[in-house]
Design a protein around this ligand. Structure first.
Ligand SMILES: [Zn+2]
Length: 179
């Protein structure tokens, strides 16, 4: 499972230019999404997609459902439908963008005592293997040109790629800004 993000300081990266102020900062997620635990769990919703993702750690298993916070779900639903429609199913699977690697998880960040973005229901991972925690461009798979549209569509729908937030952990997307 994609249990990978670590505690880190904000680090402005110019490529995230279209970030809306309606996306909470990481320091604001508790006020927006709730306190990790029941307050967040009560606000989780299941997105149902008209196509199935493969489970990244067990590719014979599939799911059509991804569970995230209700305030982040409409954006993710729109983003992933747009991604699927942009590539078409065959290319989408060939590129491994269909490899769902985790969403809501009640846990702390690695290397710290803060709650993970997963504990707020505002983070997802895809295709963990070649998009590791410390893998930066150009080595991470999602840095390759074929994936630019995927990252663009996610970002345009407020789900920010970690590759563009802190330049590593390519599998990771979150509806939270740094800071
Ligand atoms: Zn992640």
């Amino acid at each position: 499972m994609g249990v990978t993000e670590v505690e880190r300081k904000p680090q402005p990266v110019a490529s995230v230019s279209s970030v809306s102020s309606s996306i909470p900062k990481q320091s604001e997620v508790q006020a927006v999404y709730g306190k990790p635990g029941p307050a967040v769990e009560n606000q989780l919703v299941m997105i149902n997609f008209p196509f199935s993702f493969r489970i990244d750690w067990n590719l014979r298993q599939r799911t059509k459902r991804i569970r995230v916070h209700k305030l982040a779900a409409p954006q993710l639903e729109k983003a992933l439908n747009e991604v699927f429609n942009h590539y078409g199913e065959e290319k989408w699977r060939e590129l491994g963008i269909d490899r769902f690697a985790g969403s809501y998880n009640h846990r702390k960040m690695r290397g710290g005592n803060k709650w993970s973005m997963y504990a707020y229901g505002c983070a997802v991972d895809f295709y963990a293997g070649p998009n590791g925690l410390r893998t930066r461009c150009p080595d991470a798979l999602f840095c390759k040109p074929d994936y630019k549209a995927f990252l663009d569509i996610m970002e345009a729908n407020q789900w920010l790629p970690a590759l563009r937030l802190w330049g590593a952990d390519g599998m990771h997307f979150q509806r939270a800004r740094l800071g």
